[in-house]
Design a protein around this ligand. Structure first.
Ligand code: GLY
Length: 321
Protein backbone atom coordinates (compact mmCIF):
# COMPACT_ATOMS: atom_id res chain seq x y z
CA UNK A 1 0.00 0.00 0.00
CA UNK A 2 1.41 3.39 -0.98
CA UNK A 3 1.27 6.52 1.14
CA UNK A 4 -0.68 9.61 0.06
CA UNK A 5 -1.01 13.13 1.42
CA UNK A 6 -3.07 16.25 0.68
CA UNK A 7 -3.12 19.64 2.35
CA UNK A 8 -4.94 22.94 2.00
CA UNK A 9 -4.30 26.53 2.95
CA UNK A 10 -7.87 27.76 3.01
CA UNK A 11 -10.78 28.40 0.68
CA UNK A 12 -13.04 31.25 -0.13
CA UNK A 13 -13.34 34.39 -2.15
CA UNK A 14 -9.64 34.47 -3.04
CA UNK A 15 -9.29 37.20 -5.64
CA UNK A 16 -7.57 36.29 -8.89
CA UNK A 17 -6.02 39.72 -8.64
CA UNK A 18 -4.30 38.85 -5.37
CA UNK A 19 -0.84 40.48 -5.54
CA UNK A 20 1.79 38.08 -6.92
CA UNK A 21 3.96 38.37 -3.81
CA UNK A 22 1.12 37.29 -1.50
CA UNK A 23 0.26 34.40 -3.80
CA UNK A 24 3.90 33.38 -4.13
CA UNK A 25 4.50 33.44 -0.38
CA UNK A 26 1.58 31.10 0.19
CA UNK A 27 2.60 28.85 -2.70
CA UNK A 28 6.16 28.50 -1.44
CA UNK A 29 4.92 27.79 2.08
CA UNK A 30 2.42 25.18 0.90
CA UNK A 31 5.06 23.42 -1.22
CA UNK A 32 7.46 23.47 1.74
CA UNK A 33 4.77 21.93 3.97
CA UNK A 34 4.02 19.27 1.34
CA UNK A 35 7.73 18.38 1.24
CA UNK A 36 7.79 18.05 5.02
CA UNK A 37 4.81 15.69 4.90
CA UNK A 38 6.22 13.63 2.02
CA UNK A 39 9.59 13.24 3.74
CA UNK A 40 7.90 12.16 6.96
CA UNK A 41 5.85 9.55 5.08
CA UNK A 42 8.95 8.31 3.25
CA UNK A 43 10.66 7.77 6.59
CA UNK A 44 7.62 5.77 7.68
CA UNK A 45 6.22 8.18 10.25
CA UNK A 46 2.67 7.39 11.37
CA UNK A 47 -0.05 9.31 9.48
CA UNK A 48 -1.06 11.00 12.73
CA UNK A 49 2.46 12.38 13.25
CA UNK A 50 2.56 13.52 9.63
CA UNK A 51 -0.65 15.55 9.70
CA UNK A 52 0.32 17.15 13.02
CA UNK A 53 3.77 18.05 11.69
CA UNK A 54 2.38 19.62 8.52
CA UNK A 55 -0.34 21.59 10.28
CA UNK A 56 2.18 22.90 12.84
CA UNK A 57 4.21 24.30 9.95
CA UNK A 58 1.14 25.94 8.46
CA UNK A 59 0.24 27.38 11.89
CA UNK A 60 3.71 28.90 12.19
CA UNK A 61 3.33 30.71 8.89
CA UNK A 62 1.83 34.23 9.24
CA UNK A 63 0.20 34.11 5.80
CA UNK A 64 -2.29 31.38 6.66
CA UNK A 65 -5.34 31.83 8.83
CA UNK A 66 -4.30 29.55 11.69
CA UNK A 67 -1.86 29.86 14.60
CA UNK A 68 0.42 32.86 14.03
CA UNK A 69 -1.69 34.25 11.14
CA UNK A 70 -5.07 33.81 12.84
CA UNK A 71 -7.61 36.45 11.97
CA UNK A 72 -9.17 38.64 14.66
CA UNK A 73 -12.50 38.62 16.44
CA UNK A 74 -14.74 41.64 16.59
CA UNK A 75 -12.87 42.67 19.78
CA UNK A 76 -9.47 42.47 18.06
CA UNK A 77 -8.48 39.23 19.83
CA UNK A 78 -7.60 35.78 18.46
CA UNK A 79 -9.60 32.65 19.27
CA UNK A 80 -7.87 29.74 17.58
CA UNK A 81 -9.30 26.25 17.11
CA UNK A 82 -8.01 22.91 15.86
CA UNK A 83 -8.88 19.24 15.61
CA UNK A 84 -7.01 15.99 14.94
CA UNK A 85 -8.37 12.49 14.30
CA UNK A 86 -6.82 9.04 13.94
CA UNK A 87 -8.76 6.95 11.41
CA UNK A 88 -8.23 3.38 12.53
CA UNK A 89 -8.97 3.98 16.22
CA UNK A 90 -11.34 6.96 15.75
CA UNK A 91 -9.53 8.65 18.61
CA UNK A 92 -9.76 12.42 18.28
CA UNK A 93 -9.03 15.68 20.07
CA UNK A 94 -10.24 19.24 19.58
CA UNK A 95 -9.65 22.70 21.04
CA UNK A 96 -11.32 26.10 20.72
CA UNK A 97 -10.96 29.60 22.08
CA UNK A 98 -7.15 29.53 22.39
CA UNK A 99 -5.43 32.88 22.85
CA UNK A 100 -1.82 31.99 23.75
CA UNK A 101 -1.02 28.53 22.36
CA UNK A 102 1.52 28.61 19.51
CA UNK A 103 0.41 25.30 17.97
CA UNK A 104 -3.26 24.55 18.62
CA UNK A 105 -3.05 21.29 16.62
CA UNK A 106 -0.56 19.82 19.09
CA UNK A 107 -2.79 20.78 22.01
CA UNK A 108 -5.68 19.01 20.25
CA UNK A 109 -3.51 15.89 20.03
CA UNK A 110 -2.71 16.14 23.75
CA UNK A 111 -6.44 16.37 24.53
CA UNK A 112 -6.83 13.14 22.55
CA UNK A 113 -3.94 11.37 24.22
CA UNK A 114 -3.85 12.72 27.77
CA UNK A 115 -7.45 13.31 28.77
CA UNK A 116 -10.61 11.19 28.96
CA UNK A 117 -12.30 13.86 26.81
CA UNK A 118 -12.40 14.90 23.18
CA UNK A 119 -12.91 18.64 23.23
CA UNK A 120 -11.59 21.41 25.51
CA UNK A 121 -12.32 25.09 25.01
CA UNK A 122 -11.45 28.57 26.30
CA UNK A 123 -10.09 28.79 29.91
CA UNK A 124 -10.10 25.03 30.40
CA UNK A 125 -8.10 24.50 27.23
CA UNK A 126 -5.65 27.27 28.17
CA UNK A 127 -5.21 25.76 31.67
CA UNK A 128 -4.59 22.35 30.09
CA UNK A 129 -1.97 23.88 27.78
CA UNK A 130 -0.06 25.22 30.79
CA UNK A 131 -0.40 21.94 32.64
CA UNK A 132 1.09 20.13 29.62
CA UNK A 133 3.89 22.66 29.21
CA UNK A 134 3.20 23.40 25.54
CA UNK A 135 4.66 26.58 24.08
CA UNK A 136 2.57 29.64 24.86
CA UNK A 137 3.14 33.32 24.13
CA UNK A 138 1.56 36.64 24.90
CA UNK A 139 -1.66 37.03 22.85
CA UNK A 140 -0.09 40.06 21.13
CA UNK A 141 2.18 37.60 19.24
CA UNK A 142 -0.82 36.67 17.07
CA UNK A 143 -1.95 40.19 16.28
CA UNK A 144 -0.30 40.82 12.90
CA UNK A 145 -0.57 44.23 11.16
CA UNK A 146 -2.25 42.48 8.19
CA UNK A 147 -4.95 41.08 10.45
CA UNK A 148 -5.48 44.42 12.20
CA UNK A 149 -6.05 45.89 8.73
CA UNK A 150 -8.41 43.05 7.73
CA UNK A 151 -10.44 43.62 10.87
CA UNK A 152 -10.62 47.34 10.17
CA UNK A 153 -11.87 46.63 6.63
CA UNK A 154 -14.40 44.09 7.86
CA UNK A 155 -15.73 46.52 10.46
CA UNK A 156 -15.97 49.32 7.92
CA UNK A 157 -17.93 46.99 5.62
CA UNK A 158 -19.92 45.70 8.61
CA UNK A 159 -19.33 42.10 7.77
CA UNK A 160 -17.55 38.90 8.77
CA UNK A 161 -15.02 37.94 6.14
CA UNK A 162 -12.29 35.72 4.82
CA UNK A 163 -8.71 36.70 5.43
CA UNK A 164 -8.07 36.70 1.67
CA UNK A 165 -10.96 38.97 0.85
CA UNK A 166 -10.02 42.27 -0.73
CA UNK A 167 -11.39 45.58 0.53
CA UNK A 168 -14.92 46.26 -0.64
CA UNK A 169 -15.57 49.56 -2.36
CA UNK A 170 -18.23 51.27 -0.23
CA UNK A 171 -20.53 51.76 -3.22
CA UNK A 172 -19.96 48.32 -4.80
CA UNK A 173 -23.37 46.70 -5.45
CA UNK A 174 -21.96 43.29 -6.37
CA UNK A 175 -20.16 42.84 -3.08
CA UNK A 176 -23.20 42.90 -0.82
CA UNK A 177 -22.55 40.80 2.28
CA UNK A 178 -24.34 37.45 2.30
CA UNK A 179 -27.74 37.25 3.93
CA UNK A 180 -26.45 35.74 7.16
CA UNK A 181 -23.80 38.42 7.47
CA UNK A 182 -20.89 36.16 6.51
CA UNK A 183 -18.53 36.48 3.64
CA UNK A 184 -15.91 33.74 3.41
CA UNK A 185 -13.22 32.20 5.56
CA UNK A 186 -9.86 30.41 5.47
CA UNK A 187 -8.37 27.47 7.33
CA UNK A 188 -5.45 25.03 7.01
CA UNK A 189 -5.57 21.25 7.02
CA UNK A 190 -3.82 18.01 6.11
CA UNK A 191 -4.91 14.41 5.51
CA UNK A 192 -2.63 11.42 5.04
CA UNK A 193 -2.49 7.65 4.74
CA UNK A 194 0.82 5.95 5.56
CA UNK A 195 2.36 2.71 4.28
CA UNK A 196 0.62 0.71 7.00
CA UNK A 197 -2.77 2.06 5.96
CA UNK A 198 -3.18 4.40 8.96
CA UNK A 199 -5.34 7.40 8.08
CA UNK A 200 -5.38 10.75 9.87
CA UNK A 201 -6.81 14.23 9.50
CA UNK A 202 -5.85 17.57 11.09
CA UNK A 203 -7.41 21.02 10.66
CA UNK A 204 -6.62 24.38 12.29
CA UNK A 205 -8.05 27.88 11.96
CA UNK A 206 -8.49 31.36 13.31
CA UNK A 207 -12.07 31.37 11.95
CA UNK A 208 -13.70 34.45 10.44
CA UNK A 209 -12.41 38.01 10.44
CA UNK A 210 -14.67 40.03 12.76
CA UNK A 211 -16.34 36.88 14.16
CA UNK A 212 -18.24 37.21 17.41
CA UNK A 213 -16.22 36.43 20.51
CA UNK A 214 -17.04 32.83 21.45
CA UNK A 215 -18.03 31.78 17.92
CA UNK A 216 -16.97 28.20 17.10
CA UNK A 217 -16.74 27.02 13.48
CA UNK A 218 -16.63 23.63 11.80
CA UNK A 219 -12.90 22.98 12.21
CA UNK A 220 -12.94 21.50 15.74
CA UNK A 221 -16.27 19.74 15.27
CA UNK A 222 -15.72 16.07 14.57
CA UNK A 223 -17.58 15.06 11.42
CA UNK A 224 -18.02 18.63 10.21
CA UNK A 225 -14.61 20.10 9.30
CA UNK A 226 -12.51 17.13 10.36
CA UNK A 227 -13.05 13.36 10.24
CA UNK A 228 -11.15 10.11 9.70
CA UNK A 229 -12.03 6.42 9.93
CA UNK A 230 -10.56 3.23 8.44
CA UNK A 231 -11.79 4.18 4.93
CA UNK A 232 -10.80 7.81 4.53
CA UNK A 233 -9.61 11.07 6.11
CA UNK A 234 -11.14 14.47 5.34
CA UNK A 235 -10.27 18.09 6.19
CA UNK A 236 -12.68 20.79 5.07
CA UNK A 237 -12.31 24.52 4.57
CA UNK A 238 -14.93 27.13 3.85
CA UNK A 239 -17.90 28.58 5.62
CA UNK A 240 -18.11 26.86 8.98
CA UNK A 241 -21.83 27.28 9.50
CA UNK A 242 -22.61 25.56 6.16
CA UNK A 243 -20.10 22.79 6.83
CA UNK A 244 -21.56 22.09 10.29
CA UNK A 245 -25.14 21.95 8.96
CA UNK A 246 -24.15 19.45 6.27
CA UNK A 247 -21.76 17.39 8.47
CA UNK A 248 -19.49 17.53 5.44
CA UNK A 249 -16.56 15.35 6.51
CA UNK A 250 -18.66 12.59 8.07
CA UNK A 251 -21.03 12.51 5.09
CA UNK A 252 -18.14 11.78 2.73
CA UNK A 253 -17.13 8.83 4.93
CA UNK A 254 -20.73 7.69 5.31
CA UNK A 255 -21.31 7.61 1.55
CA UNK A 256 -18.28 5.35 1.20
CA UNK A 257 -19.30 3.20 4.16
CA UNK A 258 -23.00 2.74 3.46
CA UNK A 259 -23.31 3.34 -0.28
CA UNK A 260 -20.01 1.92 -1.48
CA UNK A 261 -19.04 5.10 -3.33
CA UNK A 262 -15.40 5.78 -4.14
CA UNK A 263 -13.72 8.64 -2.27
CA UNK A 264 -13.93 10.87 -5.32
CA UNK A 265 -17.63 10.14 -5.89
CA UNK A 266 -18.52 10.62 -2.23
CA UNK A 267 -16.65 13.91 -1.88
CA UNK A 268 -18.03 15.28 -5.16
CA UNK A 269 -21.58 14.43 -4.08
CA UNK A 270 -21.23 16.21 -0.74
CA UNK A 271 -19.55 19.30 -2.15
CA UNK A 272 -21.90 19.63 -5.12
CA UNK A 273 -25.24 18.47 -3.65
CA UNK A 274 -25.20 19.00 0.10
CA UNK A 275 -23.85 22.51 0.67
CA UNK A 276 -24.65 25.89 -0.89
CA UNK A 277 -22.42 26.85 -3.80
CA UNK A 278 -19.35 28.82 -2.92
CA UNK A 279 -19.08 27.64 0.66
CA UNK A 280 -16.83 24.58 0.84
CA UNK A 281 -13.58 23.02 -0.31
CA UNK A 282 -11.99 19.88 1.10
CA UNK A 283 -9.03 17.56 0.82
CA UNK A 284 -9.44 13.81 1.37
CA UNK A 285 -7.47 10.57 1.06
CA UNK A 286 -8.69 6.97 1.16
CA UNK A 287 -7.09 3.88 2.67
CA UNK A 288 -6.15 2.80 -0.87
CA UNK A 289 -4.25 6.03 -1.53
CA UNK A 290 -6.91 7.77 -3.61
CA UNK A 291 -6.87 11.57 -3.27
CA UNK A 292 -9.54 14.16 -4.04
CA UNK A 293 -9.62 17.95 -3.53
CA UNK A 294 -13.06 19.17 -4.70
CA UNK A 295 -14.52 22.62 -4.17
CA UNK A 296 -17.74 24.49 -4.86
CA UNK A 297 -17.87 26.36 -8.12
CA UNK A 298 -17.53 29.87 -6.80
CA UNK A 299 -15.18 28.93 -3.99
CA UNK A 300 -11.47 28.86 -4.69
CA UNK A 301 -8.92 27.17 -2.57
CA UNK A 302 -5.23 26.53 -2.29
CA UNK A 303 -4.25 22.89 -2.00
CA UNK A 304 -1.52 20.40 -2.86
CA UNK A 305 -1.08 16.64 -2.80
CA UNK A 306 1.34 13.79 -3.53
CA UNK A 307 1.36 9.99 -3.55
CA UNK A 308 4.06 7.35 -3.34
CA UNK A 309 3.28 6.38 -6.94
CA UNK A 310 4.52 9.79 -8.07
CA UNK A 311 1.20 11.52 -8.63
CA UNK A 312 1.16 15.11 -7.46
CA UNK A 313 -1.15 18.01 -8.02
CA UNK A 314 -1.48 21.60 -7.06
CA UNK A 315 -4.55 23.81 -7.12
CA UNK A 316 -4.59 27.55 -6.85
CA UNK A 317 -7.81 29.46 -7.42
CA UNK A 318 -9.58 26.45 -8.97
CA UNK A 319 -6.88 26.02 -11.60
CA UNK A 320 -5.17 22.65 -11.54
CA UNK A 321 -1.48 22.53 -12.49
N1 GLY B 1 -13.97 26.77 8.31
C1 GLY B 1 -13.48 27.64 9.28
C2 GLY B 1 -14.49 28.39 10.01
O1 GLY B 1 -15.65 28.50 9.61
O2 GLY B 1 -14.17 28.90 11.04
Amino acid sequence: MGWAIALHGGAGDIPRSMPAERRQTREVALRHCLDIGVNALKTRRHALDVVELVVRELENHPNFNAGRGSVLTTKGTVEMEACIMDGNTKRCGAVSGLTTVVNPISLARLVMEKTPHIYLAFDGAEDFAREQGVETVDPSHFITPENVERLKQAKEANRVQLDYTQPIPKDAKSETPLADGDSQIGTVGCVAVDNEGNLASATSTGGFVNKMVGRIGDTPIIGAGTYANNLCAISATGKGEAIIRATVARDVAALMEFKGLSLKEAAAHVVEECVPRGTVGLVAVSSTGEITMPLNHTTRHVSACATEEGYSNWIWNSEEN
